[in-house]
Write a protein of this length. Sequence first.
Length: 674
Amino acid sequence: MNEQEIFQCVQSQQEVFQSYDIHIPQSGLLAGLHKPVFSKNLFKNAFGEDNVHFPMGDAVLKYGVQGVLELTAKRTAEDTEETAVYRQAVHGVYIGVREFILKHMDRALEMKKERPEDAGRLQKIADNCQALAQGRPGNFIQALQLFWFMYLLRRPFGGGCIGRLDQKLYTFCKSDMERGAWNREEAMEAVMQFYGYLNEIRTGDTLRNLMLSGQDEGGRDLTNELTWVFLEAYERTGDAEPHLNVRLHPGSPEELKKTCVRMLSEGKGQPTLYFDRWIMPAMERAGIAHTDACRYANDGCTETVIDGRSHIAFWQHEMVKTVELTMFNGEENPFIYPVSMRKNSKDMPEFTPETGLLTGFRSGEIENMDIFDDFLSAFKAQLWFQLDRELETIGRKIHEDETVTMTSPFLAGTFEDCLITGRDPLRGGGFSVYDYQLLSGTVTTAADSLRAIEYCVFEKKYCTLNELREAMAVDFKGREPLRQRLLHAPKYGCGEERVDELAAWISRLFIDRVDAYRTESGKRVWPGLYNIDFKIFANITGATPDGRRFRDPIAEHCSPTPGAAKKGPTAIIESASRLPMREGYASSPLHITLNKSDFVMGADREGIVARLIEACDEAGVPVLNISMYDASELRRAQQEPERYKDLIVRVWGFNARFVELDEELQEHIIRRIC
C-alpha cells in the first residue's frame, strides 16, 4: 500500500471505533459491549489484512496503550520511509484506542453522579479505564479489561480467536497473588461476565477459541490458577461461547485430565483436547523451533497457530470431488445442479457454492481401466494435478504477503517487533512463523468410495466401472439394488483394515505432496487432514461410489462418513490409528459422537470417556473432540425449538445452539452419532 492508502486505513479504523457503543454494565466490572457493526467498504478499508483467525500479539498487555503510543510517536534512526509511515499509522490508530477507553471512563463517572448508591463499583470501572489509558495494566481485572477492549476493537462483528489467555494474563494474576491482592471470586465473576458478553453478541461460528494449559521449553506443565478459573467459569455458565480447548501432555496434572473428562461427559463437546506429544514433534520436524512449538494454540476453528508468532491463511482441497473427477475423466457428475444453501446457521445469508477444482484434466477413461490399480493411478494423477494448482495459488498469496500486503495497523500494534522496527508483521515485524495451510478432511469418504470400487467392481463384480458411472450420473435413480451393495461395502470407521489402508494411502499422497512444496523464498505449506466446508462439499459433489447420493453428508476431518460407523467408538479409533494424522500438523482432528442414551449417568459415563481419551492418545490422535447426544432429543429439538434453546452441540471448530443451525447441518450432526 502507498502512503495515501495507509492513512485512509487509519481514518477508516478511527471511524469504526467512533461508531461503537460506549457500554458500562449495570453490574460487574467489565466495561465495553457493542452490537456487531457491518459496513463492507468501511470494514475493508479499516482493517486491511487480518482475518481474525489467529490471536493478537502480547505487546499491548506488556507496554499498555500509552506505551504503544510512545514507541510509535517518532521516527527512529533505523526507519526507512516505509517503516516510518507504517509506524505513524499504528500511532494514529492507537490514539483512537486510547480515546475509546477514556470514553468508558467518562461514561462511568457520569453514571456515578446519576447512581450514588452504586458509586463504588462505577468509580472502580472509571479507575481501571483511566489506568489503562495511562499505562500498562496493574492487576488481573485491568488486564482482562484491556484484553476485552482490544478484542472488541479488533473486529466490528464481535468474533475472533482468543488464544492462550491463561498464559497471557497469568503475569497479572501472579502479581496479585504475590501482593496478597488476588480475589478469586471477583476474577471469576469478571471472567463469567466476559463469557456472557461473548454469548450476548452472537454465538456459533465466531472463531472464539480459548486455548488452555500446555508446557514450557523445558517440558514443565503450564497449568495455572487462571486455567482453573477459565474452566470453572465455563462449568458455571455452560453456554456456547467461548470454545474451550485444552493442551495435554505427559506432565499434565491428573486433576486437569479429570476436569476435562467430567466436562466432556456432560455431552456438549467442550473442551477439545490437543495432545502435545504428537503435535509438537511434527511441527519441529517441519522446521518450527521448539520455543515456537511450545506456544502453539488453535485458530478460530481447529487449525494450529503459533500464538503471538504467526498469522494463518488456509485453503481446503475437495478430496471426494477428486474421486468424482477421476470417475468422469476430469468433468463433474452431470447430475449436479446449483444449490442455494446457508453455511451453518438459519440466519446466515444464502449462497450458491461452486467447486474450487479445475475441470478438464484428463486422468484417464474408465473403459481402459482393467484393474483397480489403474483407477488408483488415475486418481493419483488427478489429485496431483489439483494439488499442484492449489499450491501455486498459495504460492502467489505468499509472494503478495512478502511484498505488498498490509497488515491492519491496529493488529500490528500488538506485536513488539513491529513497535521496535516499524515493519509490517508479515515482513519482519512480528510473524516469525509463516502459517499457510492446505487442508483436506474428506479423505475418509474418498476412501469409502475407492474401497467400494475395489470391492463391488473388481472383487465381487456386481457391476462394471462404466455401469457404476452411469448409476452415479443419475444419482442412483432406478439403481437402488446396486446402491445398496455399495452402501454395504466396507467403510472407514469400522475397523476394516483394507479401507483404512486406502484412507492412509490417500492421506499420505496428500501430506507428502503438500509437505514437499516450497516457494522461491523457501517457505512451506502446512498439511492437515481437516476441513470446515464439508457441508459445502456435499452440495457440490454428485453421487459417489460408496452409495452416497448428491447432497448426502460427506465426512469431516479424520472421522467416518456420517452414518457409516456401525461398530462403535473403539472401531473408529482403530481406523484413525492407521492414518498419518500426526504428520498433518496443521490440524488432523478426530470427532467421536456418542449416543448419550447408551450410558448411565455418573461414573460409568466418565469412565468410558476417560478410556476413550487414553485410547486416542495412545493411537496417535493429535486432536480429539468427544460429543455425546441423544438422537431422540435432537429430533424433539427440531420439532419444538423453543423448548431446546440451550441445547449445545459441536459443529466443526466451534459449538453452537442446535436450534440455530440450519436443518441440513442438524441432520449431519444427528447422523454422526455412533
